[in-house]
Design a protein around this ligand. Structure first.
Ligand SMILES: [Zn+2]
Length: 117
């Protein structure tokens, strides 16, 4: 008596290499530093100081420019009321009430602003 051959189909074991999911390489553009003023207020000195430029990363002394600000306009109104408008233009001529704008000596970017108000 011939017994039928029992064929057990076994799944073929195929060695598969492990799947390694690599994260996509994202090339990020160079960081764009917005040349925002470093700080505002009374902590900024009125004279030039050593600072790092947010734009070109130059480390060095700043130079200052004086710009008309809110304090200048209030000083103008104050002088108008006090002197009946005779000396009111002094608010814009004198640097007493103007803001100090510190700029980078290399790229002239605004590094810091000291505001009077
Ligand atoms: Zn700079």
């Amino acid at each position: 008596m011939v017994q039928p051959a029992v064929v057990v189909a076994q799944p073929a074991v195929v060695a598969q290499p492990p799947v390694v999911v690599q994260p996509a390489v994202v090339v990020q553009p160079a960081a764009v530093v917005v040349a925002a003023p470093m700080a505002l207020g009374g902590d900024i000195p009125m004279h030039s100081f050593c600072a790092t430029c947010p734009s070109c990363h130059h480390v060095g002394m700043t130079y200052t420019e004086r710009k008309t600000g809110k304090a200048t306009h209030f000083f103008f109104i104050f002088l108008c009321l006090l002197t009946a408008g005779l000396l009111s233009c002094c608010a814009y001529i004198l640097d007493y009430s103007k803001d100090y704008v510190h700029k980078c000596t290399a790229c002239h970017t605004v590094v810091a602003v000291r505001k009077r108000m």
